[in-house]
Each structure stands twice: as C-alpha cells, then as structure tokens.
Design a protein around this ligand. Structure first.
Ligand code: ZN
Ligand code: ZN
Length: 468
C-alpha cells in the first residue's frame, strides 16, 4: 500500500493543533508541594497524562493509567512490543516569556508555548502518527504501546513505576530529542569530592580563604564564581586580578566587603554534556587564587581544581580520558564548587562516559587526584547503544531521509539521556530538525508548525515501516 504520509498529515493539522492547545494549557511541571497519595507528582503531570489518555480513548484506542504516574495508548497485538515513549511533564516556565507559556500561541506559522518542543509537540505528533496508521487500516504485527511518562525532567518516577509493573518494550523510539536518529547515549555519573580534614591550617599565612561559591547544577557549566579572601594587601590582590582578567578569557570584578576582599569571575554557561561550549568561572577563579599560599582544606580544594580539573574536560589529568570509536569522548563537567572556612570544600563533577569504562575507573582517578579529599559517587546511568546496523536504526534513518530530503543523514551518539535507553533496542528519534533552533527548557519555547507536521508524517511512516 502506498501512502503519501506528508499529504495525509496535512488532513490532521487542525485536530492536532486543537489537542496540542489542550495539552499546553496544562501546567504539568512536577509539583512536590502539592503532591498527594492520589497525585504523587502534584496535579499537573497527572492532568496532562489524563488528557493524553482521553485523546487516545476518543480515537478508539485501548488505554490504561498506572496510578496517575504513567499510562499507555495501545494498538495491535503480538508477542513483541514496540514502545513509543513520550513525557507529559514540562520544565518550569521560568522568566522572560513574551506570551503566556501555558497558552498555545501561533504566530507566523510557529507554535509557542511550554512543551511545544519538549515534549508535548513531538509526543503528540508521534501519537498522530499512530492514529494515521490506524485510520489507514494498517494492522501491526506487534503490539504498539504509546507510553506516557510524567516525570522525565526530574527522576523518571512515572516511567520507572510502569517498568516495575510491566516488561520494557522490546524495541522502539522516544520522540524527545532531535532528528535524525540518536542510537547511543553516553553513561552519566556524578561524584562529590569533599575537603573537611583540616579546617585550620597550622602554618601562619598572609591569605585566608573565607568562602568560594560557583555553580548551581551538576549538569551546567558555572557562569559565575565568587570568593572572599582575607589578605594583608587587598590592593596587591586587586592588581593581580586585573592582570589575570587581561590574560584569560573571563571577566569579573573585585570589591572590599566586611568579610574581606570579594572576587567575582564571570565565564560562560553551557550544558554540562559539552563543557567546551562554556567557560567555567569556578575553575578560573581557583586558578587565580592558586598563586597565593593557602593551607589545609583551602589549599587542597584549590589544588584539586587547578591541577586535576581546570581546562581539562576530557579527564586527562585524572588519567581517565577515553575515546570510543562510536561513542566519542569521556567528558567531565565541574558543575558545583563550594568552600566555607567552617565547613570545608566540596567539588561536584559530572561525567558522560562512553562504553569501555565505568564509574569505578572514574572513582579511581578522582581518589588518586584528590589529595586531602573524600570522594563519593552520587548516581549512575550506564551507556546505551544500539548498533547502527540494527533494523530499527536502519528503517528509521531511511524514513527520515525520504521525508526530510536530508539524504546524507546519519545516526549519532549524544551525551544526554532519553527514555530511549529504557528499551534494549530503543533510539531517540526527533522531533527537533537540524534547521530549527533548539529552545527546549528556555523561555519562548517554540516549534514551527511545518516541522510538527513533517514530524507527524515521519512518525506515521516510521510505524508503518517498522511493521514491514
Ligand atoms: Zn524531554
Ligand atoms: Zn526536557
């Protein structure tokens, strides 16, 4: 049967936008302050899940809700299960919007609103792919479960609850990233190194570090860093700092405060999965301070950052650098650095690592490198990889090339993590196209309607092709 999927998608545009409007109007940010037994993540995520299920039921599908945490829309029957995993929750809207983030606004054929790009727009486009398949009378040889999680942006509570009760789908995709096909995701692990052994250095010194503060999240490159230090000669330190700013790619200022001289370094923020896209204000501040003689924890804290972490996103100085042929480099982000004269120091490092190594190797490197420090592991998600020769990858890439016209498209590996990793043969697939700006998690999030319609056609054809 030949189906013109692009043409077909057009006929669904009005219905799609109506449903998208309903989904966007629900503020489905995880809301622990209003969590109850009935709504463990707060009412918003559950309401968005209910909306999805209501849409599925309306269109004649079987649906199921798992305790307001996850649910599915099901089509077909068979021993194997194809999973299409989306999420109904959204990031907090934040500041800086020109329109109401929870009202779908269409301007110049572009849809604005929280979730239009991550993940309500793409998720609903994939659902419409399923609806088109059914309306075209195509019966799948396997069971298709369109799975809806409600906590992707935090702890994956919803989809993990589903997986506690049901087996994982055998293969499938998650429309929660970008096109063409992402067939590998690096491992992701976080370590905390603390320095709390010798608060008071025994030697006399002309410099005392009172506090140091950089970074908000383990997966972001810190833009700002602040230190307060006591010294006999503030003027000299200020002059040194001016010279430092002339030499290095950071800006900043210094000022005398009640607690001592405050130094502020400004770098550039970036996503922690590629620290080279940013400039880490924290490690530069440590570099500046390293020209003075500190003692005890302050000394260990600064030396660790400067000698083992600074300007070394691939972990060479820790001896843990590794490049895998298909998954690429290990990357390291130094997301949070704190020191306080009473409590000591803390350095939070987040690693994205390829196959061929594990958190134990990283632990070894950090432990050897952190003189005077204690290293502990926070969490870990192993690497995920589906071979490029797998029929799932092959079929999806072929559909993408055919309908997008991007004939050179190839599958690739990223440092981020999506629900795709929950399926042994799962890949991330759309819906951000290479020609469209990524506005996920940002103010004024958008997705062009033509992109959404093209994604819908791709998802419809993808489901039909996986069935062949
Ligand atoms: Zn997402
Ligand atoms: Zn997201």
């Amino acid at each position: 049967m030949t189906v013109d999927w692009k043409q077909k998608a057009k006929a669904y545009q009005e219905d799609y936008l109506k449903d998208l409007r309903a989904l966007v109007s629900i503020d489905s940010e995880r809301d622990d302050a209003h969590a109850t037994d009935e709504f463990p993540l707060g009412p918003g995520p559950a309401a968005a899940l209910a909306k999805y299920l209501e849409i599925g039921k309306r269109d004649g599908f079987k649906t199921k809700n798992y305790d307001n945490l996850a649910g599915y829309i099901e089509y077909g029957d068979g021993d194997q299960t194809l999973g299409v995993i989306v999420h109904a929750d959204v990031m907090p809207a934040g500041e800086g919007w020109n329109t109401d983030p929870f009202e779908l606004t269409i301007k110049d054929n572009v849809a604005y609103g929280r979730g239009t790009s991550d993940d309500k727009g793409p998720g609903l486009a994939a659902y419409y792919g399923l609806r088109m398949l059914k309306d075209a009378g195509i019966k799948p040889k396997f069971k298709i479960r369109f799975l809806i999680g409600t906590d992707e942006e935090s702890n994956w509570t919803g989809i993990k609850h589903y997986l506690d009760l049901e087996p994982a789908p055998d293969f499938g995709f998650s429309p929660d990233a970008e096109f063409p096909v992402i067939n590998g995701e690096k491992g992701n692990t976080t370590f905390v190194t603390t320095f709390t052994g010798e608060q008071n250095g025994e030697e006399d010194t002309e410099f005392t570090l009172r506090s140091f503060k950089a970074g908000l999240r383990d997966n972001m490159v810190p833009r700002d860093a602040f230190a307060v230090l006591e010294s006999d000669d503030n003027e000299r330190v200020s002059d040194d700092f001016t010279k430092f700013l002339d030499t290095y790619p950071v800006s900043g200022d210094s000022q005398v405060t009640d607690g001592g001289l405050q130094i502020h370094v400004i770098g550039k923020s970036a996503h922690g999965m590629e620290p080279d896209d940013g400039i880490n204000a924290g490690t530069y501040l440590a570099l500046f301070l390293s020209q003075y003689r500190f003692t005890g924890d302050a000394k260990h804290f600064i030396s660790f950052i400067v000698d083992k972490l600074h300007d070394d996103s691939r972990g060479h100085h820790l001896g843990i650098n590794l490049t895998d042929d298909v998954m690429g480099d290990l990357t390291m982000n130094i997301g949070i650095m704190r020191y306080d004269i009473k409590d000591g120091g803390l350095v939070n490092t987040n690693f994205r690592y390829p196959k061929g190594m594990g958190p134990a190797d990283i632990m070894k490197g950090l432990t050897a490198g952190a003189t005077g420090g204690q290293v502990s592991q926070e969490d870990d998600m192993g690497p995920h990889y589906v071979d490029a020769s797998d029929p799932v990858v092959q079929k999806l890439i072929a559909v993408y090339k055919d309908l997008s016209g991007e004939t050179e498209a190839k599958p690739h590996v990223v440092g981020g993590g999506s629900f795709a990793r929950l399926m042994e043969r799962g890949v991330a697939f759309g819906a951000l196209f290479p020609w469209t700006k990524n506005t996920m998690h940002q103010a004024n999030e958008f997705q062009p309607i033509d992109d959404l319609m093209l994604a819908m056609a791709i998802y419809g054809k993808a489901l039909a092709t996986l069935n062949e």
